[in-house]
Design a protein around this ligand. Structure first.
Ligand SMILES: Cc1cc2nc3c(=O)[nH]c(=O)nc-3n(C[C@H](O)[C@H](O)[C@H](O)COP(=O)(O)OP(=O)(O)OC[C@H]3O[C@@H](n4cnc5c(N)ncnc54)[C@H](O)[C@@H]3O)c2cc1C
Ligand code: SF4
Length: 364
């Protein structure tokens, strides 16, 4: 058992002070939260990921800072017509919030495609962004893993890698980011707002998660002593009427994505696609988006041939990993077909899994 102390924060300042007092520093600055090094303080929200990792001895924080009393649970409109999602708003409260359901059905669908009702009732929005990979070797402390122990090696490369990356991987790590919510947030061009000892900053969602490169222990650009305060969504535009989250997995529920697609189209009165958004989950160390793939769609009438072109651009450079039955080469055609199907479905109209009737353009 690893002993740890427990600090209940009653303000953002007291949470940051508790975290800063334990923050180790390196030559290049303060370590990010994704590092597994022992001796740090970590904030705890719902605990649905952090506690599992502590029980498995994968993360060993010396102090847990309970942030659940902080006033960060609100979901409210922004003056610009967007939406502000508190870091401590629960995933379930977010998915079923009337403004999320009606204006950002893509986000509702993505959240509800993940985990189980009980977990979504506990899981917070901030924690969802910072949940860690489900690579089995990361959880198995008997095997080398560069994400868990930098420099120890990667057990997944050339091994069982069905769940692993086909895009953006490095020779040091081929893990994927497991979140469904984050795929929708990437497509919706959200912004992550954080606060640290030197003040507040806003990080474009695209820049928040990292590719592994030679530092796979660092999942995000968040610094160790920073807290996520809220996530901001821009105004939805016409996406609400034509958006779909499609998740493909080993079994119908309670499983992480082999590949998932967040697709949103803004279709004009002439039937042509105005703006398009496309992001993939389950295929890379971060939600995978390429604006070039979206540009392929803009200005054109929806068609299978067009969707296939966009899929080809989004998947350019995809490579398989692993050997034998552990090879994940099947993910490349799987993702290609999923992109085409998600775009075709989105072109028809939004598919909601909140139990509501599908949205029409007029209702959105
Ligand atoms: C069995 C199971 C199945 C699951 N299936 C899915 C799935 O299919 N799809 C999916 O997307 N997810 C799935 N999840 C993951 C789940 O969504 C995450 O565990 C959850 O979102 C994490 O939120 P939390 O509040 O519990 O985070 P915690 O466990 O409390 O924290 C996670 C990390 O975030 C940090 N943190 C939390 N809040 C903040 C903050 N405000 N600022 C800075 N750091 C913070 C913590 O220090 C910790 O490092 C599953 C989880 C389980 C246990
Ligand atoms: S893929 Fe990444 S997380 Fe998995 S064993 Fe390799 S280094 Fe660790």
């Amino acid at each position: 058992m690893n002993p740890f102390s427990f600090h209940t924060a009653d303000s953002i300042q007291s949470a940051m002070a508790a975290m800063a007092s334990m923050a180790p520093t390196t030559a290049v600055g303060t370590l990010p939260p994704s590092t597994t090094a022992a001796g740090q303080a970590r904030p705890i929200a719902g605990g649905t990921n952090l506690l599992d990792l502590m029980k498995e001895n994968v993360m060993r924080p010396a102090t847990l800072v309970d942030i659940n009393r902080l006033d960060l649970s609100a979901i409210a409109e922004t003056p610009e017509g967007g939406l502000r999602l508190g870091a401590l708003a629960r995933n379930a409260a977010t998915a079923y919030h009337p403004l999320v359901r009606t204006r950002y059905p893509l986000l509702s669908s993505a959240i509800l495609a993940g985990a189980s009702p009980q977990i979504r009732n506990m899981a917070s929005n901030g924690g969802n962004l910072l949940q860690r990979t489900r690579c089995v070797y990361f959880y198995d402390t008997a095997t080398p893993c560069n994400k868990r122990e930098p420099g120890s090696g990667c057990s997944a490369i050339g091994n069982l890698a069905r769940q692993h990356a086909i895009l953006g991987a490095s020779e040091h790590c081929i893990a994927v980011h497991p979140s469904d919510m984050c795929v929708a947030l990437a497509a919706l061009e959200a912004t992550v707002h954080v606060e640290g000892p030197t003040g507040a900053r806003a990080i474009a969602f695209e820049d928040f998660h990292r590719l592994p490169a030679d530092q796979p222990d660092q999942d995000t650009v968040l610094r160790h002593d920073e807290l996520i305060t809220h996530i901001e969504l821009p105004p939805p535009g016409g996406f609400a009427a034509h958006s779909v989250y499609l998740k493909l997995r080993e079994r119908a529920s309670y499983a992480f994505a082999l590949a998932s697609v967040a697709a949103a189209l803004d279709i004009g009165d002439d039937g042509r696609i105005g703006r398009a958004r496309l992001a993939l989950g389950g295929v890379a160390h971060k939600p995978w988006r390429r604006v070039q793939a979206e540009a392929v769609l803009q200005g054109h009438m929806p068609s299978t041939a067009l969707f296939e072109q966009a899929a080809a651009v989004l998947l350019e450079g995809a490579v398989s990993q692993g050997t034998g039955l552990g090879n994940n080469g099947f993910k490349i055609p799987l993702a290609r077909r999923a992109i085409v199907r998600a775009l075709a479905t989105a072109a028809e109209g939004t598919v909601s899994n909140t139990g509501d009737q599908p949205l029409t353009k007029d209702a959105a």
